[in-house]
Design a binder for this molecule. Structure first.
Ligand SMILES: Cc1cc2nc3c(=O)[nH]c(=O)nc-3n(C[C@H](O)[C@H](O)[C@H](O)COP(=O)(O)OP(=O)(O)OC[C@H]3O[C@@H](n4cnc5c(N)ncnc54)[C@H](O)[C@@H]3O)c2cc1C
Length: 403
C-alpha cells in the first residue's frame, strides 16, 4: 500500500466556487486529546463533527492541510447505489449481507441529508434521481434482474426498457434503472462546513503535520509526527484516504487512475431532472450536473497508479470524455472548461473497510474506497463514533476488518 501518492492533478471544477476557510495551527509541542483524527478530507471532517457532537475532545492533523487530498478532486455523485450491483455483491458476500450493505447505504444518504440540514451547512446539496444504464457488466436482462433484486430488498428501483428510457430521457441505450434520492453536492463546502463546526466545538487542527508512527498503550495511543511533537489520545482514527500507515493491514484492493471534466454552465436545458447517469460497465462513464448548470463527466479509468503516466494521458482522456458525453447528449456544449485526474481506490467487493484494527482496539481505520467513497465516509462516522462511545453499530461486522 502506498504511503504517499500524488493524489490528483489538473483543476477540479470546485475551484470555481468559494469554500469557507478552515483555520489550522502549527504543531510545535506535544499535545493530548480524547481522539486524534489523521486526515482532514471528507472522512476526517464527518468523523470530527460526529465525535465533537458526542462531547469528545478532538485533534485533527493533515500532512497537506484540510481539503487538499482526494476530496478536492471528487465528482461528488453521492449515491446509495453501490458500484457493485446487488445481484453481483450477493454472489460475493451472500444475499443477506449484500442486501444489508445496500440498505445501509440508502440509510446513510438520508442521515447525511438530515445531518447537513440540521447543522445548516450550505453545500448546494440536492436530492436527485439517478439512471443506471445497461453496459458490459449488466445488459438489459441483467438490469431487469438487478431492479427485481433491489425491490426484493425493499429498495425502490424502476426498470426502464429501451423505449421507456428513450421517451423519458432521450437516451438510446438497451435499458436503464431509475432510482431516487441520491445527492449532488459541493464536497469542499460540505467538508469545510463540517470541520468548522467541529472547530467551534473546540476541536484543534494542526497542519501540515505528518503522522509517521503509532505506539499502542493499554489506555492510550501515541502518534509520532515528522516534525517531532508527539500526540497522545485515547483513540486514533485514520481517515487518510488512499494513503495508509504501516499499522493498517494490507487488504485486497487496487489503486487506479481516473479522469474527469466539467463544462461551462449550459445555455440550453440539461437532460430531464438533471439525473445522475452512470453505466453498468467496467470501467464506467458517469455524469451529473452542478446547481448552476455545468455538466461533470468522469471515467476512462486505467489500471495503473503511476502519476507521470496519468498526467501524460490527460489531454487524450479529456478529449475522449468530451466525445463520449457528446455521443449521449449531442445538443450539449461538451467542451471541457475544467479537466482533472486522480488516484482512485477500489476493493474487489466494492464495499469499504471500517473499524478497529485487529489487535489494536484503540486504532480505527476508514477505508471508504470506490465510487461511493462519500457515502461510505458517512457510514464510517456512524460506526466509529458508536464504537468510541462504547457501543456497537449493528453493521460493524459487515464492514469491519476480517480477522
Ligand atoms: C476523480 C475522482 C472522482 C470521484 N468521484 C466520486 C463520486 O462521484 N462519489 C463518491 O462518493 N466518491 C468519489 N470519489 C472518491 C472520493 O473522492 C473519496 O472517497 C473521498 O474523497 C475520500 O475522502 P477521504 O477524506 O477519505 O480522503 P482524502 O480527501 O484524500 O483525505 C485524506 C487526507 O489524509 C491526509 N494524510 C494521509 N496520510 C497522512 C499521514 N500519514 N499523516 C497526516 N495526514 C495524512 C492526506 O493529506 C489527505 O488530506 C472520487 C475520487 C476521484 C479522485
Amino acid at each position: 500500500m502506498p504511503h504517499k501518492l500524488d493524489l490528483r492533478s489538473g483543476t477540479p471544477v470546485w475551484s470555481a466556487y468559494r469554500a469557507p476557510k478552515v483555520p489550522v495551527e502549527r504543531l510545535t509541542r506535544d499535545v493530548k486529546a480524547d481522539v486524534l483524527i489523521v486526515g482532514m478530507g471528507i472522512s476526517g471532517a464527518m468523523m470530527a463533527e460526529a465525535l465533537t457532537r458526542d462531547g469528545h475532545s478532538v485533534i485533527c492533523i493533515d500532512r497537506r492541510g484540510p481539503l487538499k487530498g482526494s476530496t478536492a478532486a471528487t465528482t461528488a455523485l453521492v449515491q446509495f447505489e453501490i458500484d457493485q450491483p446487488l445481484t453481483k455483491l450477493s454472489h460475493i458476500i451472500g444475499t443477506d449481507a449484500a442486501r444489508q450493505a445496500w440498505r445501509r447505504s440508502r440509510m446513510a444518504l438520508f442521515n447525511l441529508r438530515g445531518r447537513t440540514d440540521e447543522l445548516g451547512i450550505e453545500c448546494r446539496m440536492q436530492g436527485v434521481p439517478s439512471l443506471y444504464l445497461a453496459g458490459n457488466k449488466l445488459d438489459a436482462a441483467g438490469l431487469r434482474k438487478e431492479a427485481e433484486a433491489r425491490q426484493q430488498a425493499g429498495i425502490a428501483a424502476t426498470f426502464l426498457s429501451h423505449a421507456a428510457l428513450h421517451d423519458a430521457f432521450g437516451i438510446d441505450r438497451a435499458a436503464g434503472i431509475l432510482s431516487h434520492d441520491n445527492l449532488a453536492l459541493d464536497p469542499r463546502k460540505l467538508t469545510a462546513g463540517l470541520l468548522n463546526i467541529a472547530l467551534a466545538r473546540k476541536a484543534r487542527f494542526y497542519a501540515p503535520a505528518d503522522a509517521t508512527a503509532v505506539e499502542n498503550h493499554r489506555q492510550s495511543v501515541t502518534i509520532a509526527t515528522s516534525s517531532g511533537p508527539m500526540i497522545t489520545a485515547k483513540h486514533l482514527v485514520l481517515t487518510t484516504g488512499y494513503e495508509l500507515l504501516d499499522i493498517v493491514p494490507a487488504v485486497s484492493h487496487r489503486i487506479i487512475s481516473t479522469w474527469a471534466i466539467a463544462t461551462r454552465p449550459q445555455l440550453s436545458r440539461i437532460w430531464p431532472r438533471a439525473a445522475m447517469i452512470w453505466e453498468a460497465s467496467d470501467p464506467y462513464l458517469y455524469m451529473r450536473a452542478t446547481s448552476d448548470g455545468r455538466v461533470i463527466c468522469g471515467g476512462e479509468d486505467e489500471d495503473f497508479a503511476d502519476e507521470a503516466r496519468r498526467d501524460a494521458l490527460s489531454p487524450q482522456k479529456t478529449k475522449r470524455l468530451e466525445e463520449k458525453l457528446n455521443r449521449i447528449f449531442p445538443l450539449l456544449d461538451t467542451t471541457a472548461h475544467f479537466a482533472w485526474s486522480g488516484a482512485f481506490g477500489a476493493t474487489g467487493s466494492g464495499l469499504p473497510i471500517i473499524g478497529s484494527l485487529p489487535g489494536h482496539p484503540r486504532v480505527h481505520a476508514v477505508m471508504g474506497y470506490g465510487g461511493n467513497g462519500i457515502t461510505f465516509s458517512q457510514i464510517a462516522s456512524e460506526i466509529v463514533s458508536a464504537s468510541i462511545a462504547g457501543g456497537r453499530d449493528a453493521d460493524a461486522t459487515l464492514f469491519g476488518f476480517k480477522a
